[in-house]
Write a protein that binds this ligand. Structure first.
Ligand SMILES: Cc1ncc(COP(=O)(O)O)c(C=O)c1O
Length: 367
């Protein structure tokens, strides 16, 4: 049996009848950039996340940048970011001219460790970015307290966590500003590049709206700095259709994670992911840990099973950040994860037989 790490084709087959007319409508109305399809999606998406404002943008990376830029982060500022995340979180800061300051992650949740944040704050610190990594929300309450006590902005990177919940509340509206990615493989994925920013702050929302369209509310009347961060109409149409299925797909991911947990429990050399007590995890990724990761990955590959590494080189050890002066050993939990983590196949359409096959293969390796 072959079990891919991710299968987007199978999902398309299940929604083809809805997708085709939605795309056709955009083409026939020539609303290729923003337009009704994007506006309708934004309305649905903000309702789902219980947040006042949402703007469709060109990618999650652009959303990371816009969120910080809109908050006024600039040259000379520092932004606290978990070392365990995808590099796009850090680009949000560097594209503003700010310096990312890395922090280790928690050994159970794999998200930023709030206990390690305060020691990294300096007079130049302006913001903390909490990443809801793998679909698990970061521990927001202690981060909110730290941000309030030190007069910092708190920002959420929700690229991997659509409709995840912290203490019963959806992510995206739990901070000053948030960003989402709709890269095709995400829990809610476009058919190309796309992202969003969200906020509950009316003044910031006005700024976001202008920034994504050259800093102008009215054509050729450029009030503030901006860029072209507009979402394409076709992506809005695809996302609008897919949003109606997101609840079912999220339930399926959570069921698959439970099944994996059950079938992989009691393996002494393997750690399964833990849903934090405050969290509704949406399992963008199902990440296990083992000291024998590289050999296990090869074994799975030989059995026709795809897997992934998220992330094999932590941000503080990336060449591009060598000038920041970090070294091996600075963030032991992140470094341990980088050496031990392995993401098993996870997508809503995964079948029970496929999960059993993956787990048998994992068990076979350890036997
Ligand atoms: C945590 C995180 N932030 C930001 C991004 C960037 O999103 P995009 O690929 O849409 O630019 C990603 C995408 O992989 C991500 O995983």
């Amino acid at each position: 049996m072959n079990v891919p790490f991710l299968d987007l084709k199978i999902q398309y087959q299940s929604i083809k009848e809805e997708i085709t007319p939605a795309i056709q409508k955009v083409i026939e109305s020539a609303s290729f950039v923003l337009g009704d399809a994007v506006a309708n999606f934004e309305n649905g998406f903000k309702r789902e996340h219980n947040v006042r404002h949402c703007f469709g943008v060109s990618s999650g990376t652009d959303g990371n940048h816009m969120a910080l830029w809109g908050l006024g982060i600039g040259g000379g500022d520092e932004v606290i970011i978990p070392a365990n995340t995808f590099i796009a979180t850090a680009w949000g800061a560097t594209l503003c001219g700010a310096t990312p300051v890395f922090v280790d992650c928690d050994v159970e949740s794999y998200t930023i460790d709030p206990k390690k944040v305060e020691e990294r704050i300096t007079p130049r610190t302006k913001a903390i970015v909490a990443v809801h990594l793998y679909g698990q929300p970061a521990d927001m309450d202690p981060l909110k307290d730290i941000a309030r006590d030190h007069n910092l902005f708190l920002v959420e990177d929700c690229a991997q966590s659509h409709v995840a919940e912290y203490m019963g509340k959806r992510v995206g509206g739990l901070s000053h500003a948030s960003s989402f990615s709709f890269y095709p493989g995400k829990n809610l994925g476009a058919y190309g590049e796309a992202g969003a920013v969200a906020t509950n702050d009316d003044a910031l929302a006005r700024k976001f709206k202008m920034m994504r369209d050259h800093g102008a509310e009215h054509k050729y009347d450029h009030e503030i700095h901006g860029h072209n961060y507009r979402m394409e109409g076709i992506q809005g149409a695809v996302l609008g259709v897919k949003l109606n299925h997101l609840a079912d797909w999220t339930d399926a991911r959570r069921r698959h994670a439970q099944r994996y947990n059950m079938l992989l429990k009691d393996l002494p050399l393997l750690t399964t992911p833990k849903e934090a007590p405050y969290a509704k995890h949406v399992y963008h990724l199902y990440v296990i840990r083992t000291l024998h990761r590289d050999r296990l990955q090869k074994h799975l590959q030989a059995n026709g099973i795809g897997s992934g590494l998220h992330y094999p080189v932590p941000l503080h050890l990336q060449k591009v950040f060598a000038n920041l002066g970090y070294k091996k050993g600075d963030f032991p939990v992140t470094e341990q994860l980088a050496n031990e983590c392995l993401s098993l196949p996870m997508f809503p359409e995964l079948t029970g037989e496929q999960i059993e096959f993956v787990c048998e293969s994992v068990r076979g390796f350890f036997d």
